[in-house]
Design a protein. Structure first.
Length: 327
């Protein structure tokens, strides 16, 4: 009989409860359907004490960080606190466990801990879309994707939420075959098993409620050129249309000019970087395509009712104090 595969879920204060549930339930159902214990799981925390999820529920754990064996998979589940560095540094611990042969993965923002430990350098990785901008700025040597998950054999990463089910189903499929994975998916009332290449976010067409391929391509070009915005004329030329046609398409579907919509995209990214990183305001201004800090501050205040510095300071006041590793 094949030995059970062990998962260890390291929970960090503020972790999204849905991600943990979406990880454990497929494993429980796999055991039920298989008629034997093919998976086991343990919950741990950085200090061995209960962990508060983002929804306010307290979750009990068995212990603090543990010595892992070769058949164990450590999955770090975390939320906003990891991005804001309001957590202990687990880098040394993770590197040691990886050297011992353990698989170490991240769910939602858990990918941050792997990147900080240097376990994702040169690798492809997934993280929740809300953290993409900050992560890309901080870890340029990690090949960040927009996909649901990356099933790296030693460093699996996942965007969290319902996508956690997809990663665990993929692992079940790899371990025990397609039939069991499908049976588990059916028990979860999943309409199918999404592969890792599926994108996290809806397309612009779906999200904004339009059907226009030209507009979709224009928005993609805008997102790809946040740092160096193109003129409307250059954008239209790239799309093979006239400026007037480009203006009409944006006015009809979005009730915005291309210039205004592009500004909204740049401000959205700037706000993400302000709240999720310690990058200076001047660097953020450059990264988001603004000619000067004064221009950036002016348009930011007009959009959000706050200066960039005050926006960051307000978020810092609301942040939780960092947890401490148990001695």
């Amino acid at each position: 009989m094949t030995a059970a595969s062990d998962f260890v879920f390291l929970l960090v204060d503020g972790f999204p409860h849905i991600s943990l549930s979406c990880a454990i339930e497929p494993l429980r159902l796999a055991n039920l359907i298989a008629g034997s214990e093919i998976y086991r799981w343990t919950l741990v925390s950085v200090d061995g004490g209960p962990v508060m999820a983002s929804n306010g529920l307290s979750t009990s754990v068995r212990q603090g960080p543990m010595q892992l064996g070769r058949r164990q998979k450590l999955m770090i589940v975390s939320g906003d606190e990891a991005v804001g560095d309001h957590c202990p540094d687990l880098s040394a611990y993770l590197r040691t466990q990886r050297a011992h042969g353990a698989v170490i993965g991240g769910i939602c923002s858990g990918t941050y801990f792997l990147a900080k430990a240097g376990l994702l350098t040169g690798k492809e990785a997934a993280i929740h879309w809300a953290y993409h901008d900050a992560f890309a700025e901080r870890f340029p040597k990690v090949r960040l994707t927009q996909s649901l998950f990356v099933a790296d054999p030693v460093a699996p990463t996942c965007s969290g939420g319902a996508a956690t089910v997809d990663l665990i189903l993929y692992m079940i499929l790899q371990d025990h075959g397609r039939d069991l994975a499908i049976a588990v998916a059916e028990q979860l009332v999943c309409s199918g098993i999404r592969d890792g290449a599926s994108l996290q976010r809806f397309s612009a067409q779906f999200r904004l409620g339009f059907r226009n391929t030209l507009l979709s391509k224009a928005i993609d070009l805008m997102r790809d050129n946040i740092e160096t915005p193109m003129s409307a004329a250059s954008l239209a030329e790239e799309l093979g249309i006239s400026c007037r046609q480009l203006e009409r398409v944006f006015a009809k579907h979005l009730n915005h000019s291309p210039k205004r919509y592009w500004l909204e995209l740049r401000l959205e990214r700037a706000r993400n970087l302000l709240l999720q990183t310690d990058v200076s305001v001047s660097e953020i201004a450059v990264a988001c395509g603004f000619a000067s800090v004064s221009n950036f501050s002016k348009v930011f205040r007009a959009r959000f009712g706050n200066s960039p510095l005050n926006e960051r300071a307000g978020a810092s006041r609301c942040a939780a104090p960092p947890a401490r590793l148990r001695a």
